[in-house]
Design a protein around this ligand. Structure first.
Ligand SMILES: [Zn+2]
Length: 453
């Protein structure tokens, strides 16, 4: 009872995209009864069936801060374990996350991302821009050159995604306009040089935008200036680059500045863009989608029931997936976590049914395990040892250790990385009541379309 017949249905668009829509991925969500939550019931009625789908997921992590020194084993300037970037990429490949768009959020991280892309051609792609939290370089009191090459000890971590209650900086500081011109000229030169590389990896302008949850790095005034000045540069590029955008608690100003730069319908935005790490309201998301923009979803997008209700409203034709590692992992306290629990239970039921079928002499279906099965706990062996560690509710695919106990091949506790992107897809599928396949294929097609990968 494989349900792999593609059904042609009208696109689920309710808006008129400016940009050419991704094609060919959409299937009837009602006909495709392959969502994780249906695994258990399907097997309950038909225990000797082969897996419902042999679909092999594929992922592009559109927002991963791999230029962060934490992926080199350095935490707040101190070495804590060996550089394990190779291990991070290997684990990403093992879950079929085969392309990574490494976020540039400052001059340094943008340059480091470009260097990483040279090391991993065809896997790592990059962005270049100045994050709102890195925009203090536009102020008169900034004490270093904006593009100063920092020593490893001074290397900064990328801005985390959560709000910060630290005291905000007020607007009184002002802008250093002379310095601003130099910053924008230097950013233009960085982009131009990256684009003229024989192996260009630069795929987007950004990360840039507004973040009013974190005014302790930069005042509103400075953020508005930084965003507006970079938008003017982005609009002036020939050809333009797609935009990698950040918007937190700043929707009205964010949309206003985008329209000022690219027109009231963003009609002058040639390559589209994604608003990543989305945590806004459904109305805000609808407005962004109506403007032709895409929505990037990571663990921060599942924190509350309200967040998950917004994710439910995303058009699959506007969805992109990301981890935003080392930040934004999905935690058991997040409302979206329960969809991982559901998927694990369903996969466990599927594994048990497959084992029963094998015992009954039914040949096993070839190929690799499905997404759900890959994260399933193995069926319990009879007569196991007492005092065995309780199976976690949601099993980890890879071993996880504290950074102090780092070991080759293991993930580091609290350091999110691209291999966890399958959790994002599983939760989106659970929330929307569609298959993981639909989610993955939609996000893949959208990402290829916008970033031209
Ligand atoms: Zn961001």
């Amino acid at each position: 009872m494989r349900l792999r017949t593609p059904l042609s249905v009208p696109r689920l668009l309710t808006n008129q995209p400016i940009h050419k829509p991704a094609a060919g991925w959409l299937r009837s969500s009602t006909a495709m009864a392959t969502s994780n939550s249906t695994f258990a019931s399907a097997f309950a009625t038909d225990p000797i069936s082969p897996p419902l789908t042999d679909y092999k997921p594929r992922y592009i992590d559109i927002g991963i801060n791999l230029a962060d020194p934490i992926f080199r084993g350095r935490y707040h300037g101190k070495p804590r374990h060996p550089d394990d970037i190779q291990g991070v990429i290997k684990r990403a490949k093992e879950v079929r996350c085969t392309k990574l768009i490494v976020t540039g959020s400052s001059f340094k991280s943008s340059r480091d991302a470009l260097k990483l892309a040279e090391q991993f051609p065809g896997i790592i792609f990059t962005t270049a821009g100045i994050h709102p939290c890195s925009s203090a370089i536009f102020t008169p009191s900034h004490h270093r050159h904006h593009d100063e090459s920092q020593s490893e000890d001074e290397a900064e971590h990328t801005p985390a995604c959560g709000p910060d209650p630290t005291k905000p900086i007020l607007d009184s500081e002002g802008i250093d306009h002379g310095r601003s011109e130099k910053i924008i000229a230097d950013l233009a030169a960085l982009i131009s040089s990256a684009r003229s590389s024989p192996t260009p990896s630069l795929t987007a302008f950004g990360e840039f935008g507004l973040d009013y949850d974190r005014l302790h790095y930069c005042s509103k005034e400075v953020q508005l200036h930084s965003f507006s000045a970079q938008l003017a540069l982005a609009a002036s590029l020939t050809p333009q680059l797609p935009l990698f955008l950040h918007s937190r608690a700043a929707h009205a100003d964010f949309v206003r500045l985008l329209k000022e730069a690219f027109g009231p319908r963003l009609e002058r935005l040639e390559k589209g863009g994604v608003v990543h790490s989305f945590t806004g309201t459904a109305d805000e998301m609808r407005e962004l989608m109506d403007l032709g923009l895409y929505i990037g979803i990571n663990g921060c997008s599942f924190k509350t029931a309200e967040n998950c209700a917004v994710v439910k409203e995303i058009e699959l034709s506007r969805l992109m997936l990301e981890t935003d590692g080392p930040w934004c992992e999905v935690r058991p306290s997040h409302d979206g976590w329960r969809y991982l629990v559901d998927a694990a239970k369903a996969a466990s039921a599927a594994a048990t049914a497959t084992a029963a079928a094998a015992t009954a002499g039914v040949p096993e279906v070839g190929g690799e395990p499905t997404t759900a099965a890959m994260t399933a706990p193995q069926p319990k062996k009879q007569g196991g040892k007492k005092n065995q560690k309780k199976e976690p509710e949601v099993p980890d695919r890879f071993k996880v250790v504290k950074k102090e106990k780092w070991e080759e091949g293991a993930m580091v506790k609290g350091r999110n990385e691209p291999c966890t992107i399958e959790r994002i897809a599983t939760i989106v599928a659970g929330i929307k009541g569609v298959s993981v396949e639909e989610v993955c294929e939609a996000a893949w097609a959208n990402t290829i379309e916008v970033f031209g990968l």
